[in-house]
Ligand binder design. Sequence first.
Ligand code: 16G
Length: 245
Amino acid sequence: MFSERIGGLAGDDHAPLYKQLQRALREAIQKKVLGPDDALPAERDMAEEFNISRITVRKALDGLVSEGLLTRRQGAGTFVAARVEKSFSKLTSFTEDMISRGRVPRSEWISKAMGAVTPEESLTLGLSPGTPVFRFARIRYADGAPMALEYSTVAGFALPSAEVVGVSLYEALEATGHRPARALQRLRAVLFTAEQAELLGVPVKDAGLLIERRSFLPDGRAVEVTQSYYRGDAYDFVAELNALS
Ligand code: 16G
């Protein structure tokens, strides 16, 4: 039975039932009880097994679909997402994205250094010329497979040194109270250059997505600008849109 496989609902807390079902599914994905492309039972069967209404099941699944953990296929049902489906509306880090999908994140450093802001960065980050910044270049892996190349520039005031950044940049920023609260992103299709292709282990001119994220602190100061080159065959970007009201 599916409910036995994923461990059933907590039952002992006061969270709404759809949240309890979401938590059970999330944990099953994180612990790899459910793997990529695994099909979920039909909504009506889940409702019966968990003894909750079909509307509650639908609400729980809708939420996980818009987070990118699950995916719906017309006429076939709901599945655990196989490609990384990344929500465009959540300000999460690569590390968090991978952990929530049951994958193990790792980074290989290309470079980690302190320097002075370039004229271009001084415009994007709103820093005066000559201000110190940190630059981080990394290959990002999930379960040992290369997923993205990331080039980040972080305002000097946000970190005590480049060395404090371990696996996660956002964790280091959080520790100093400078985790971004808001971001602007722009996305563009690219073909990987020979150098990029080699770092990612894909053929030259393979398709990729370049996402530039400029992120800000609650007080409005820009803290980070990152260019992420994601493998086009590994990612889907998902956004929830609401009609103008
Ligand atoms: C994501 C962000 C990137 C951020 C990084 C931090 C996108 C498009 N980019 O990859 O801007 O620097 O996460 O990840 O989502 P980390 O905390 O694991 O180092």
